[in-house]
Design a protein around this ligand. Structure first.
Ligand SMILES: Nc1ncnc2c1ncn2[C@@H]1O[C@H](COP(=O)(O)OP(=O)(O)OP(=O)(O)O)[C@@H](O)[C@H]1O
Length: 304
């Protein structure tokens, strides 16, 4: 049997008891997180939840007040030096006067991988802007150049802080297509995002941060279930609130003009009992709670 210790020893990312304060503010307040090789993990949280602070410590850009970071068993600094981490941050690190190709070439050469320049630019879709100066690029183009910089060393772990900010819908799709190619090859990704639908669509696992703490961690399906299961809607002309509230699996409800909206921990049990006790019920719909609802229920505040 695999023990927790061996899983952590073989982990891509291991954050243990991570704390970071700014004055009295606990920006990161005891984060424990282990990511296995090959996982694609979304780090979600409202503004100020501590996502960027966590990412900065993970990359060795800032030092935790307490706790430990290990990337494939190494310190962040050693991992960065060895080229096993590629990072795409929110900060603008592009030199305005350098062309796109020159920018990618410098980093590829630093990592001893000049042969990666052309394929990386093709994958990310920036070959056609290779000769443009970085200072003249649009926000979305700059994001793609940053993505190419993160990918050019062919790292085992990609860390992306809000990667699709400033990208329009088409560019965003293209971005995720190239990410898929990368993750299909078994590489590990941690991305921070405000776009809940991106987490839902592209991550294997979602970690919700709030006030510097992990408040939920699981697959998209588990996070949804942790919040409030499913919503059952039906028209039940003669039912009372008390009758509906007594149905098994129902956790809360609204009833207006015979239209009922039931929040269910167990929607199968609820729908069976509903039809048994109120055979006149009709127009029944059962929907999974989407991640946004789950997120709002768990954090109790506006995600954006
Ligand atoms: N250098 C700093 N000095 C003081 N406070 C900081 C600093 N960096 C971050 N903070 C504070 O720490 C908390 C966590 O910030 P952080 O940027 O990690 O959150 P976030 O989840 O990335 O938010 P956002 O989605 O807005 O980027 C916030 O309250 C922020 O104001």
């Amino acid at each position: 049997m695999t023990t927790t210790a061996t899983v952590q020893a073989g982990s891509a990312v291991s954050l243990t008891g991570l704390h970071k304060r700014y004055g009295d503010l606990r920006a990161v307040d005891g984060v424990d997180l282990t990511i296995a090789p090959g996982e694609v993990v979304a780090l979600l949280g409202p503004n100020g939840a501590g996502k960027s602070t966590t990412v900065d410590m993970l990359l060795g850009l800032s030092k935790p007040d307490a706790g430990q970071v290990r990337i494939f068993g190494r310190t962040p600094r050693d991992a960065v030096r060895a080229g096993v981490i590629g990072a795409m941050l929110q900060k603008d690190n592009l030199r305005a006067n350098a062309t796109v190709r020159e920018t990618i070439e410098i980093i590829a050469t630093l990592h001893g991988k000049p042969e990666r320049v052309a394929p990386t630019m093709a994958t990310v879709g920036i070959t056609d802007i290779a000769k443009q100066k970085c200072g003249k690029l649009s926000g979305g183009q700059k994001q793609r150049v940053r993505f190419a910089l993160a990918m050019v060393s062919d790292p085992d772990l990609l860390v992306l802080d809000e990667p699709t900010v400033a990208m329009d819908v088409e560019i965003r799709r293209q971005f995720w297509r190239s990410m898929r190619e990368y993750t299909d090859a078994g590489r590990t990704v941690l991305f921070a995002t405000h776009y809940l639908e991106e987490a839902q669509e592209y991550a294997d696992r979602v970690v919700l941060l709030r006030s510097g703490r992990v408040i939920a961690d699981g697959t998209v399906a588990q996070v949804r279930a942790a919040a409030s299961g499913r919503t059952l809607r039906a028209v039940v002309p003669d039912a009372t609130e008390a009758q509906l509230a007594a149905l098994p699996g129902v956790t809360s409800l609204e009833l207006r003009d015979g239209r009922a909206v039931l929040s269910c921990a167990d929607s199968d049990a609820a729908v069976r009992a509903l039809l048994r006790e109120h055979p006149e019920a009709h127009d029944i719909e059962i929907a999974a709670v989407n991640l946004e609802d789950a997120f709002l229920a768990l954090t109790g505040e506006d995600a954006r």
